[in-house]
Design a protein around this ligand. Structure first.
Ligand SMILES: [Zn+2]
Length: 499
């Protein structure tokens, strides 16, 4: 089954920061893992470029909105290769093809009778670009996300009949208890729907920076609807002359942060139903990376710069740390001291050291060739079903759980080194056979964990697999004992040197 995974498209009113990197890294792990399983994968990320905050920022800087987004979007695009992210396309909502497709789809929604003219009034957060319902207003009429005062807005515009999808949405959630993961977020979406859905404003009258409404020249589409549709429009033009929609839609996973749950878990499936599309298979809602307990964001000024971390330690260490330190789906704290501790104890000591020792001992005791001996059956229970377990975790987007499964085996292999003490075996000619078994088993275990870690730390895994004689990457080969002995190994520099 083709596998389509997306990140939210990132709003270009700020420079890229760790929050953007986080979702993208997690999506990349899923995409790379599914490719190792031989699936057809399409992985989408991109930038959200319309709306009032951009228009206002451009005006402040004396630029047109297009000039402003043309300046910032490339920084997000450049982030992807730096993070070793293997996205198949990068969408920008100012792409003319996206705009045309948005108009086509929303015209269809209009023609089907899901849109009507009305007057909107309510409290509005310009940063969220969203009207707030009663329960979403924080103390003193402020935005609970941004902490800024809300503005009273009144305007004539076009409404999407969201209330008509109350029953279909309730049915969808009743039929598909895993539509939104983790469960706490599913419950949040369900209770939002059960409160009763009001119709929502589909267009904006005062604004020019957006996709024009085809049936009303005085309006543009509300940026959220334009943005949500990227998940569908991208498939229609990502490949020249090919429409990938029928191959990849519905998406297998939309990964999102919890601050955009309402749009993705309520508005989005309703809009898709109105436009005659299937809803996605699943949405996974992750938490926040916190810095000393506060959400990390540009507007709060507590940004841990992913570029600095990558400059010093490389992208793989950043990828590992984000997914290892904070359980994907929950909130958790990240810090430079936490990063350095994991780098030292887990990357340099647990994994880097295992790789260096294993290869060095094969070099020293067996002339750089993995012995053609049987693998030690003692490690078999530790590795039995590991590939399947990792796959099952990642089917649920449990990127932290899968990584933990792999890491338990990294630690098991380190204990095995201590138990067997190959340097002792090497002193006794009569135990040459035992030494062969120990070295072959270590090489095999190391190969298996490295194949599985490839999705998390691609360039580190590439280097190590090259030193191990370039074994296959397919997930089916991640079985202890699957690769015969007799392969030459090559010495390598430390994978995670001291900094
Ligand atoms: Zn806000």
């Amino acid at each position: 089954m083709p596998y389509y995974v997306t990140t939210p498209i990132y709003y270009v009113n700020a420079a890229p920061h760790l929050g953007h990197a986080y979702t993208t890294i997690a999506a990349d792990v899923l995409a790379r893992h599914m490719r190792q399983r031989g699936e057809e994968v399409f992985f989408l990320t991109g930038t959200d470029e319309h709306g009032e905050p951009i228009a206002q920022a451009a005006e402040r800087e004396g630029l047109t909105p297009q000039e402003l987004v043309d300046r910032i979007a490339p920084r997000f695009q450049a982030l992807m290769p730096e993070l070793e992210v293997s996205n198949d396309f990068f969408i920008r909502t100012s792409d003319p093809q996206h705009e045309a497709k948005v108009q086509e789809i929303l015209q269809r929604v209009y023609d089907a009778g899901h849109v009507y003219a009305g007057t909107y009034e309510g409290w509005y957060c310009p940063r969220c670009a969203d009207f707030k319902t009663e329960s979403e207003i924080a103390e003193g009429n402020t935005c609970p996300i941004h902490g800024i005062p809300l503005e009273w807005h009144e305007e004539d515009n076009w409404f999407f009949r969201l209330s008509a999808f109350q029953v279909p949405l309730e049915r969808l959630y009743a039929e598909r208890p895993d539509f939104v993961l983790p469960g706490v977020r599913y419950n949040e979406a369900v209770s939002f729907i059960r409160q009763g859905l009001d119709d929502v404003s589909l267009t904006r009258a005062r604004l020019r920076w957006g996709v024009p409404v085809p049936w009303d020249e005085n309006q543009v589409f509300y940026v959220w609807f334009d943005a949500l549709l990227n998940y569908v429009t991208a498939l229609s033009y990502a490949r020249d002359g090919v429409d990938l929609t029928s191959e990849f839609w519905p998406a297998r996973y939309h990964l999102i942060g919890k601050d955009i749950l309402k749009f993705h878990c309520v508005y989005w499936p309703a809009l898709l139903m109105a436009a005659g599309y299937e809803v996605p298979h699943r949405l996974f809602v992750h938490g926040y990376l916190l810095s000393e307990g506060e959400k990390m964001s540009k507007s709060l000024g507590n940004v841990l710069d992913p570029f600095e971390v990558m400059d010093k330690f490389g992208p793989d260490a950043l990828r590992f740390y984000c997914l290892r330190e904070v359980t994907f789906g929950q909130d958790g704290s990240v810090s430079t001291t936490g990063f350095e501790a994991r780098y030292e104890t887990e990357l340099a000591n647990d994994f880097g050291n295992l790789a260096s020792r294993t290869i060095a001992m094969i070099g020293r005791y067996r002339d750089g060739t993995i012995p053609d001996a049987p693998v030690d059956p003692q490690l078999e229970p530790d590795f039995a079903g590991l590939g399947e377990t990792v796959a099952a975790r990642l089917d649920d987007a449990d990127v932290t759980g899968a990584l933990d499964e792999i890491w338990q085996r990294v630690r098991r292999l380190n204990r095995y080194v201590e138990e067997r003490a190959p340097w002792q075996l090497a002193k006794d000619e009569a135990r040459a056979g035992d030494l062969d078994v120990a070295l072959r088993s270590l090489a095999e275990g190391l190969r298996v964990v490295t194949v599985l870690l490839h999705a998390y730390m691609p360039s580190t895994a590439e280097r190590l697999l090259a030193a191990l004689g370039r074994p296959a990457l397919q997930l089916t080969t991640a079985r202890y004992g699957a690769q015969p002995g007799g392969q030459p190994v090559e010495a390598i520099e430390p994978l995670f040197p001291k900094r």
